[in-house]
Design a protein around this ligand. Structure first.
Ligand code: GDD
Ligand code: MN
Length: 368
């Protein structure tokens, strides 16, 4: 029988887990083709959560407990995943909050999706059929909603609606592959890091709608200030889209300097500009391949030549777009608006066009 381990991180969740753990086992015993265990990862909770688990262990064989120091949610998950993979050999690992925000009755939906071939299932508050608690204070609603919007835009990935919720079912083999990479994410940003890696590794990710409930008892451990900073830093360092924009900016500078340099050497302005443009195309190709899109790096020589040809074609498309927008704009508003329309063509048309084309044709998931 296939095995699933539900990892429950706890910090002062004594009152919640008393009822939650029996409720989870009641739910999972209805699922006949999977064997479920629960692993509680407690960080020496001052309220003696562990003592409650030990009581429950006399009733449930498949209930495990590990203890450690409080080093953050991400750390707790890493320890839990590591322990589960080494000792319990699960095909699937669940993440779940231990405060009744995540209702056990949707576990079967996660399993249905896994049985249908999903590698990574996430409980989603931001798709049809999902919600955040109506009783949340306005700032918490705004924080959660805009947090997800910022992440979606930062990664320019609009397919995923939910990035932060920690109710998930994930292939054990994937977790074991990336576990050491996750070591540096000790806080709640861990959730974003793991999903980002799932996307870059081309996992089959499915969102299932869920109502997120307010916790039953106790208080949230989230540190909003640290969390916001961690998220922004994570996006800055890991967003393919932001890296792509930065590479484009460097290309633009190279274009200008190329024009100047080759003009001074003695070429005509037109030829110097064309050389500058090609230099920027070369730099864009190299930097994108080894940095922005390195998760889909093109590394076979024959492919590199091929793709570089296609890349030049795509770049030529940008030149055409610029030509059309600047021509149209200046014909209506006068030649003095040429820089305005140059900027417009880059921001409104060329950035989305190039990003789409690179993802679709150049750095696709089979490009290596
Ligand atoms: N062991 C351990 N160590 N557990 C922790 C720690 C820690 O440092 N910090 C939090 N937890 C446990 C809590 O006891 C709870 O079971 C679960 O992790 C979630 O923590 P909450 O304190 O309830 O956080 P929240 O409800 O505000 O978090 C929500 O947003 C997060 C980020 O958006 C949930 O949706 C999380 O799943 C989500 O990751
Ligand atoms: Mn909570």
């Amino acid at each position: 029988m296939k095995k699933a381990v539900i990892v429950l991180p706890t910090y002062n969740e004594k009152d919640n887990i008393k009822s939650l753990i029996p409720a989870i086992f009641d739910e999972t015993k209805k699922i006949t083709n999977w064997e479920f265990s629960i692993l509680v990862v407690d960080d020496n909770s001052p309220d003696n959560t562990y003592a409650e688990i030990i009581k429950l262990q006399s009733k449930y064989n498949n209930l495990y407990l590990i203890q450690g120091n409080k080093e953050g949610l991400g750390r707790a998950y890493i320890r839990g995943f590591d322990y589960a993979l080494k000792n319990l050999q699960p095909q699937i690992l669940f993440e779940m909050d231990a405060d009744w925000s995540h209702l056990p009755e949707i576990i079967p939906q996660f399993i249905t999706e896994i049985d249908k071939g999903a590698d990574f299932v996430i409980g989603s508050r931001y798709i049809k059929g999902g919600s955040i608690p109506a009783e949340w204070r306005w700032y918490r609603k705004i924080f959660s909603f805009f947090g997800n919007i910022v992440v979606r835009l930062g990664f320019m990935n609009l397919k995923m609606h939910e990035w932060t919720n920690g109710f998930r079912a994930i292939q054990g083999s994937f977790i074991s592959k990336i576990l050491t990479e996750l070591n540096s994410f000790n806080g709640y940003v861990f959730q974003i890091a793991i999903l980002d890696r799932a996307i870059k590794n081309h996992l089959n990710i499915v969102e299932v709608p869920m109502h997120f409930k307010e916790r039953k008892s106790g208080i949230s451990k989230i540190n909003a200030g640290k969390y916001i900073l961690d998220i922004l830093l994570y996006i800055l360092l890991n967003s393919t889209f932001l890296k792509f924009c930065f590479v484009g900016f460097i290309g633009f500078i190279i274009n200008i300097f190329g024009l100047e340099l080759f003009y001074r050497i003695g070429f005509t302005p037109g030829v110097a500009a064309a050389i500058g443009a090609e230099l920027s195309i070369i730099s864009n190709f190299i930097l994108n391949n080894f940095w922005s899109f390195s998760h889909n790096k093109i590394d076979k020589n024959t492919n590199i030549i091929n793709k570089f040809g296609q890349f030049n074609l795509v770049s030529f498309g940008s030149i055409v777009i610029q030509f059309i927008v600047v021509t149209l704009g200046t014909s209506f508003f006068g030649d003095q608006t040429r820089f305005l329309f140059l900027l417009t063509s880059v921001i409104v048309f060329i950035i989305p066009y190039s990003y789409f084309m690179y993802n679709r044709f150049i750095w696709t998931n089979k490009s290596s």
